[in-house]
Ligand binder design. Structure first.
Ligand SMILES: [Zn+2]
Length: 107
């Protein structure tokens, strides 16, 4: 019989709390990663990381992380097929760097 390795004993509480907070905020409002980072007091990069986990976690409660794709402000190109949650650097069509950030909500 195999013994399951125990989870490392790094305190996860803070992470869990922030995740719960992000989930709560996103059930009420639609926000970009930058706005979430301001709400939760963590970096945008951390927000994107949490969102990746949240996307999977909310499925258990039959909820869904809704992503409004990033959009080029110049030519209107929408980054629909993008799997990554962070903001794209530039538009593949017109190479503009004026990108409307993706927005997130939970429904
Ligand atoms: Zn463009």
């Amino acid at each position: 019989m195999k013994i399951k390795p125990k989870e490392p004993s790094i305190p996860q509480e803070k992470h869990e709390t922030i995740r719960q907070e992000i989930i709560f905020v996103l059930t009420e409002r639609t926000l970009s990663a930058r706005e979430i980072s301001a709400e939760a007091g963590i970096s945008e990069k951390e927000v994107v990381d949490h969102l990746g986990h949240i996307r999977i976690a909310v499925r258990k409660s039959r909820e869904r992380l809704k992503i409004i794709p990033a959009e080029c402000k110049k030519c209107g190109f929408r980054f629909k097929k993008r799997e990554r949650l962070n903001k794209p650097g530039k538009c593949p069509i017109c190479r503009s760097q004026q990108i409307q950030e993706p927005l997130f909500s939970i429904s």
